[in-house]
Design a protein around this ligand. Structure first.
Ligand code: NAP
Length: 247
């Protein structure tokens, strides 16, 4: 299967591309600066790099991007610069999610396409009425006011929940919610949960980007993992904290 990856040059996106290629998958990666993918990935014959910004592509470009793809994944995130956080495009992740999903839904296919979004534990799954403390709610209100990327992450997942929903015959989705991201060299044990089991604000756990990439690749390549989490917003933590043992 071929998968389209946006945010492919990011710290997690690169790991997802590598993981999929390592599993013998074909990948189309969108990159503003292809060299950021690194020589090892760029030499892989199963990787096609499309140079450009997803935010600046036309609907026709995006239709071409998803052509032949059974899955797409976003590891997009706003760069942590003043321009990245407060400048345009304010709805980088939401708009990319919506436009890629719309293009995937337009394609004739035997099986529904998959869309996997890298999201955050800072976002609640309102389908499950996840409860958070008054203090955390207050901080989230502040984050919404002060940090446009937080709203972007919320709206991207809301698009999947509310506009794609659970019954689309052409498209399924998963929004993966890591906690505090860290970099590790190797995949380690991790646990998956339907909802956060600790406060993302006051008691954040740890999630390795390489574990996020591994799980996102599982969602794309493993039908059992996909059917477990389709239409849901799994939370992923590294094993070793108080979350040990539960999945
Ligand atoms: N930090 C945390 O603890 C944490 C926790 C949970 C979830 N998250 C979420 O996880 C996601 C990914 O995190 P990460 O650290 O892997 O991201 P990252 O390394 O910052 O990568 C971001 C990606 O988005 C691309 N991008 C940024 N601005 C763009 C624009 N205007 N147009 C097109 N592409 C653009 C970047 O491309 P370039 O390489 O060209 O810049 C890069 O490929 C983010 O949404 C973040 O909110 C973060």
């Amino acid at each position: 299967m071929t998968s389209l990856i946006v945010g492919a040059t990011g710290a997690t996106g690169r790991l997802l591309v590598r993981e999929l290629l390592g599993r013998g998958q074909r990948v189309k990666a969108v990159a503003r600066t292809p060299s950021r993918l690194g020589d090892e990935l760029l030499c892989d014959p199963n990787l096609a790099v499309i140079e450009g910004s997803i935010a600046e592509m036309s609907d026709r470009d995006i239709a071409q991007l998803v052509s032949g793809c059974g899955a797409a994944a976003s590891c997009l995130g706003h760069n942590l610069t003043f321009q990245g956080v407060y400048g345009s495009p304010r709805r980088l992740v939401t708009d990319a999610t919506r436009r890629i999903c719309e293009a995937l839904r337009e394609q004739e296919r035997d099986l529904p396409a998959k869309f996997v979004l890298m999201n955050t534990t800072g976002n609640r799954n309102r389908d499950l009425e996840e409860q958070v403390s008054f203090a955390q709610k207050s901080v989230l209100v502040l984050l919404r006011l002060l940090l446009p990327p937080h709203v972007d992450n919320e709206q991207a997942a809301d698009y999947l929940r509310r506009k794609v929903g659970q019954e689309d015959p052409r498209l399924g989705w998963v929004a993966v919610r890591p906690d505090g991201l860290v970099d590790e060299d190797t995949v380690s044990e991790y646990s998956l949960h339907p909802s956060p089991i600790r406060s993302a604000i006051f008691d954040a756990g740890v999630t390795s980007r390489i574990n996020v990439a591994h799980f996102m690749a599982d969602l794309i390549t493993d039908a059992g993992v996909w059917s477990d989490w389709q239409g849901r917003m799994p939370v992923i933590y590294n094993a070793g904290g108080k979350e040990d043992g539960s999945t």
